[in-house]
Design a protein around this ligand. Structure first.
Ligand SMILES: [Zn+2]
Length: 464
């Protein structure tokens, strides 16, 4: 923000997702600020997912076509209009075609979760009702109080009622902040009996050491280890499933204790993780690596991408199902053993979502997501909306704090908080279906939602 106001010229600015976490109204202000920087003789390179920012560029470089090993190619480099002819580009589809929102029948709430007298930050004695068994988006400009309402007040009140501590949170800094804040004011007046479980699907890491990875987090590695223990050679040597765990002393590399990495303290420089000099990152001892399951060692399996493993384990339903869900949330390019420390916040969040999707659904869970689309390409957002829909179809309740109009338009219900930020906000401006919110005069979300719904309708008409 400081740079954006300065009068420097001849500078190259590199911005990585500057629109992350911004309401479309705030994004407009950002684009104006970027224009001013350009006008005073500077050059801007912006990494961006937000279509309004992309549309505004003078030049587009589209990289893809997909993630990981299926990406890395320059699909297009030129003025925006030319991208319209690049068939392989996912960005093109969203920039020019306005993919329609899923056409489904309106769903009715199974009840209401009512909160009364909510007081927190800029929320003063607020009453609010969330529909149960539906997907609700909570919208509002940055600072309007939507996160205070959902990620703080709602989560704390529901946790307290369910009698369990706040959802697992291994971030020390947050714990300190949390103890420092005043307890939330307010109470639940209705609907809590319909909720048996609260799950906050956030962007916090799935682990803070290389010991955690998506294979262990999702539980699919337990099944893989059993497959290795059931091979003829493993049975002959009396190796059990524990032998193939890198968290147990039995079969792991003794030097790095199964991390595959060693922590190197360096003088005058930040400490780093370096590959283990004994197992070279394999995590296991030589004896364990003599066991092969269909030609691959346990270390080979951890080196497979989700896509490759999905093919390799096609005949193993327990493993295959977990991999299928990881592919569906757009993570087919990740390696099974990719350390948690290398995953982005968005990847961690989608691993958590995939883990939830593979659970047996009993239809009594409240899912809370705070800006899950941050860092997601529009085609990943499309997939995310479909995943959330499945949780709702199974009878669960989903409440999302969101700026992305595709998610808002795809919700059953919208609660718009505002109208402005800070003490100018903190009120429920309107609540209703996306179509209704799109026509609320004082809502700053309405014009953007209306435009998105119009574009989607045009596409739907063309298609039919
Ligand atoms: Zn080692």
């Amino acid at each position: 923000a400081t740079q954006i106001r300065s009068n420097l010229f001849g500078v190259v600015y590199v911005l990585d997702e500057p629109s992350a976490g911004l309401h479309p109204a705030d994004t407009e202000a950002l684009v104006t600020a970027l224009d001013r920087l350009k006008a005073s003789g500077n050059t801007l390179f912006v990494v961006e997912h937000e279509l309004d920012v992309i549309r505004h560029a003078d030049w587009i470089v589209d990289v893809g076509p997909a993630g990981g090993e299926l990406g890395g190619r320059i699909l297009y480099s030129g003025p925006p209009a030319g991208l319209a002819h690049v068939a392989a580009s996912q960005t093109r589809r969203h920039l020019f075609d306005h993919p329609p929102i899923p056409d489904r029948r309106p769903r009715a709430p199974s009840g209401w979760l009512r909160l009364a007298g909510v007081t927190r930050n800029n929320l003063h004695d607020l009453d609010v009702a969330f529909p149960l068994g539906l997907c609700t988006s909570v919208t509002g400009v940055s600072g309007s109080g939507k996160s205070s309402l959902v990620s703080q007040a709602l989560v704390e009140l529901v946790s307290a009622q369910l009698g369990h501590a706040l959802p697992a949170d291994d971030d020390d800094a947050d714990d300190l902040e949390r103890t420092a804040t005043v307890p939330v004011g307010g109470h639940i007046t209705e609907g809590i009996e319909a909720i048996k479980r609260l799950v906050v699907v956030d962007q916090k890491p799935i682990g803070r050491t290389p010991r955690s990875n998506l294979a262990t987090y999702t539980g699919l590695f337990d099944h893989v280890r059993k497959l290795f223990a059931s091979t003829k050679e493993a049975r002959a040597r009396r190796y059990d499933a524990g032998r193939f765990s890198f968290n147990v002393a039995k079969g792991r590399c003794g030097h790095c204790e199964g991390e595959g990495f060693v922590f190197v303290e360096m003088l005058f420089l930040p400490s780093v993780y370096a590959p283990c000099p004994v197992c070279h990152g394999a995590r296991y001892d030589a004896k364990t690596l003599e066991i092969a399951y269909r030609g691959k060692t346990i270390a080979d399996v951890l080196g497979l991408t989700v896509d490759a493993a999905w093919e390799f384990f096609a005949d193993e339903p327990n493993v295959h199902r977990a991999l299928e869900l990881l592919r569906e949330v757009g993570l087919g390019y990740l390696r099974l053993g990719q350390p948690a420390t290398e995953l982005s916040g968005g990847e961690a969040q989608r691993i958590k979502l995939a883990t939830e999707l593979q659970r047996v659904q009993r239809g009594n869970t409240l899912y809370v997501l705070d800006e899950p689309t941050t860092g997601l390409h529009p085609s990943d957002v499309e997939r995310l909306v479909a995943q959330l829909d499945r949780l709702v179809d199974a009878g669960n309740t989903v409440i999302i704090v969101e700026h992305d109009m595709r998610v808002v338009a795809g919700s059953d219900w919208v609660i718009d908080i505002g109208p402005g930020a800070g003490e100018e906000g903190g009120r429920v401006l309107a609540a209703g279906t996306p179509e209704k919110i799109a026509h609320v005069a004082r809502s700053r979300t309405a014009p953007y939602l209306a435009r998105f719904l119009d574009d989607a309708r045009v596409t739907q008409r063309k298609a039919s």
